[in-house]
Design a protein around this ligand. Structure first.
Ligand code: CP
Length: 319
């Protein structure tokens, strides 16, 4: 699958996992995203005129849904959307995801899907005659978020090879870090430090993949030490909505440790002057707002990059 979008239905190109992207495709996508920044500065264009995107969200979203919709509209396309498909689509009447996808595919040229169940995007792709883009499948993956994360790292740091990246927080349930860890293995000499409480350490399948690909990985529960020498600190929130599926004990243990994993001005003093702090957002206390004014706080620039990256991806898939 590396190097091409998964072609699971009659050659249709889907984006289900970060593992579909190899270095050449990433570099081409990032070059296109740079050009899209120019298109945005010029007020957009109409290269996707006549094309229609459906955004089908069974879980809440601010950034992913609106940035995809913004990207489509900026390229002259149109959007149909359901922002709470769990309650306001026929899912509430018992319609299967597969049937819903078959129907929506008859109305649109591509589908952006967020769903609470891991594997939902792959199930959708298996029946969709139009591209399905995984906008988050439960605790599984969030590949387009990792594309904009990586684009931001490249844009801010000027390179990805050889960087020291620290991932922090709920690495068990955070789908963005599952995708970003996969993408980082495409680059050379990237050192990954996984800083998390033991109860929410990086999940085993991602650790196994990192090992299989020969990635340099360190695990720790000491963020203060981990950030020394880091180029990128990627913070995540505790995924409280996922704990209902886990034991309460696990959730409480992680919550009890959360303070030790907070990014504060004091922690920033341990970071180098060229380092950056990223977060997929939303944040719920794990980055002190006092950090926002620090030029190394790149998370709002990161969110903004989502539009250009998604414009590039939509153009790649729909033209
Ligand atoms: N980063 C991210 O996925 O944000 P939303 O949940 O707001 O889409």
């Amino acid at each position: 699958m590396p190097g091409s979008a998964a072609a699971t239905t009659s050659g249709v190109r889907h984006v289900v996992s970060a593992q579909q992207f190899d270095r050449a495709r990433l570099e081409a996508l990032f070059a296109a995203a740079r050009q899209m920044e120019g298109v945005l500065a010029a007020g957009g264009d109409d290269r996707l005129r006549g094309r229609l995107l459906a955004t089908l969200f069974y879980e809440p979203s601010t950034r992913t849904r609106l940035s995809f919709e913004s990207a489509m509209l900026r390229l002259g396309g149109q959007v149909i959307s359901t922002e709470n498909a769990r309650d306001f689509s026929s899912a509430i009447k018992g319609e299967s995801l597969e049937d819903s996808i078959r129907i929506v595919a008859g109305y649109a040229d591509a589908i952006v899907l967020r769903h609470p169940e891991e594997g939902a995007a792959a199930r959708a792709a298996a029946v969709a005659p139009v591209p399905v883009l995984n906008a988050g499948d439960g605790p599984g993956e969030h590949p387009t978020q990792s594309l904009l994360d990586l684009y931001t790292i490249e844009r801010e740091m000027g390179r990805i090879d050889g960087l020291r990246v620290v991932m922090v927080g709920d690495l068990a349930h955070g789908r963005t870090v599952h995708s970003l860890a996969r993408l980082l293995t495409v680059f050379e000499r990237v050192h990954l430090t996984l800083a998390a409480p033991a109860a929410v350490r990086m999940r085993a399948d991602v650790r196994a993949l990192l090992r299989a690909r020969g990635a340099e990985v360190t695990e720790t529960d000491d963020l203060r030490t981990a950030v020394a020498g880091a180029d990128v600190v990627y913070q995540t929130r505790l995924q409280r909505e996922r704990f209902a599926e886990s034991t309460g004990e696990e959730g409480e243990a992680a919550v009890g440790l959360a303070e030790r994993f907070r990014i504060t001005p004091e922690l920033m003093a341990r970071l180098g002057p060229r380092a950056i702090v990223l977060h997929p957002l939303p944040r719920v206390g794990e980055i002190d707002p006092a950090v926002d004014a620090d030029p190394r706080a790149a998370y709002f620039r990161q969110a903004r990059n989502g539009v250009a990256v998604r414009m590039a991806l939509l153009a790649e898939l729909l033209l």
